[in-house]
Design a protein around this ligand. Sequence first.
Ligand code: OGA
Ligand code: MN
Length: 279
Amino acid sequence: MSFQTEKLGGHMAAAVSGLDLNHLPDAPMQAALQDVLHDNLVLCIRGQALAPVAFRDAMARFGTPMLRKQLERTPECAEVNIISSEDRDALGDGRKIVNGANWHTDDSFMRAPCSLTMLYGVVVPSRGGDTQFTNMYAAYEDLPTETRRRIDPLKVVHKYHSRRKLTYVSTRPADEMAAMPEATHPLVRTHPETQRKSLYLNPNRMEYIVGLERAESDRLLDELIAHATQMKHQYRHVWRQGDIVIWDNRCTMHKANADYPEGERRLMHRVIVAGTEPV
Ligand code: OGA
Ligand code: MN
């Protein structure tokens, strides 16, 4: 088995084809896939047809799959969640939920957020429903030296129901909320595998920068978010059915677009794998 690699965006994202993950890659091939991911931040594996257990098993080669109780799960495999155009806030007022409609990185309100997210396009709409990504290494490197020096030591409190949040988040059971501590993370983190520094922002979950007045904290966060999400740092993924897109939450942000035609379905299977505390 071998695979072909194609660059997708100018400065991030690559697609590989020629693989059928029903047959797990051997160790050298798995290492080669991980290299493509490290170099490109977003890795698309084209043309897959995987049942939930096979999807989970293939993703388990990249890390330890974690359970996500608050999202719907497939009956076949508890570690495979469902992201769907039919998602509704079942515990709240039943309104339509678009997971990830604003720029974010997954799970930053957790002490040890997931390292990677894998989304598998089972049913994709005829048009729209793209996922946008932004390169947070590039966003950091592109800052003036003086700004980098100033923000390098700063820490940010992230929480699920942030004061600054932009999107409606689904209602969670009280016990789950109580078990959800806020987390304090560095504003600039070092990737544990590549050793590269990146901006670590989550517009939807950041509450404040530790040690700054609220107004100053808000101003700096707004400025960094605007900087990081400039078009020049972005890649936009147009889904094909059978794509698995794996992204590295430690050095990217992403954003869903619910702009596909009314009445069309979008069904994704999703796995996340465990990460470590950001440093
Ligand atoms: C996610 C997410 C984006 C999308 O699954 O974490 O943000 O385009 N998904 O569905
Ligand atoms: Mn997300």
